[in-house]
Ligand binder design. Sequence first.
Ligand SMILES: Cc1ncc(COP(=O)(O)O)c(C=O)c1O
Length: 456
Amino acid sequence: MAVVDRTRLAELLDRERTRFRAEHSGSRAVNRQANHLFGRVPMTWMSKWSGGFPLALDTAKGNRITDVDGLTYIDFALGDTGAMAGHSPAPTVRAVISRAATLGGITTMLPTEDAEWVGAELTRRFGLSQWSFTLSATDANRWAIRLARLVTGKPKLLVFSYCYHGSVDETFLVVGPDGSPVSRPGNVAPGVDPTQTTRVVEWNDLAAVEHELAHGDVAVILAEPALTNIGIVLPEPGFHDALRALATKYGALLMIDETHTISAGPGGMTARDALQPDIFVIGKSLGGGIPFGAYGLSEEVARNVHRHTATGVADIRDVGGVGGTLAGNALSLAAVRATLAEVLTDEAFANMIRLASQYTLDVKRILDEVDLPWSVTQLGARAEYRFVRPEPRNGGESAAAADDELDEYLHLFTLNRGILMTPFHNMALMCPDTTAADIDRHAEVFGDAVNDLVGR
Ligand SMILES: Cc1ncc(COP(=O)(O)O)c(C=O)c1O
């Protein structure tokens, strides 16, 4: 079995860093000149890209990005799912121009006919019947959590260790080394210690879920249907049925966040695997890049919320803590309507999933050829490799397999050869513009990267 020689890895990493710096003087200059940006980037997490500074964007179309140095990349990062519909898909652009320029009214605090169309389409895809719109998945999660507390009268959340649901304060905790909950390392100055608001267990651990629910204080279980933010960790057979049954047994709501797992198909894992959430959350992809998020409520939860708001106990129309002024704006909804109707279609998903299967097979074959004990996991139109085999079965195991140097090496090796991977992990996402030739090119480059690594 091949092992990674750390001295060799350090040398290779140096070689890739040098090449990156030499070929990206334009991007570097954009970064250097950004004296008025905190951390020299528009948002602090953009400094996470490997190489010391991010590529500066010039143009993007379909699954191609061109930087200010004139270099073009096959984009498998796709804005970490925000651009899952491809960059500037034509139907979305037409709808945006029509709403913004022809009709006018980018944001007015008034409903448009597009809004009901989008609500009905979300019901068709995901099943829940009542929808509200936000500008991000974070906001959708944050506001839906309040509603869950409202209708259950219970204070706490239950989440899975190493989950990520956006910058929602209550979700930043993990199962610590001794099995007790701890604030996630790096959690920026939380106002309230999350161990006070939230219970946390490892993914796929149903006994732990039941143990925590038995305290009787959990309003809502918040889960991605598969973990996707600590590598992809799939649910074991029967996990979701049992989770649903346990939520019902202990009077907690089940809230499913499909922001990333929409890659499983047009209706996400919820439709594919017949999941039965009480609350559903999505964001990032549906607006074709225009900010949009949504939460869906079951008929029963919606009725319950109305009961509480009708008495004036809870205010969801003004300053009760649920709402954003630009949420549900006309531009976002025009973009979502066009993207769902014409871009992220059933046929597009079928093709994207087929390509991701080929990508996954290629990575597996290459790892077997060099005998590296890594694994690759596919979730519909996305796939991700981890530096451990067998695949981790929970967040803790997956976190333990993290390797920053290997991440940087693979990100820079692929980037230097025209392939962009998601900076936060080794994830590749397909969009409607991805082609079989792009998958072949990735296989070639990934093969060269691991061959160099093991010295073949
Ligand atoms: C599962 C999941 N939910 C929510 C979010 C938050 O999305 P946003 O940052 O767009 O609010 C993310 C972001 O990565 C996510 O992966």
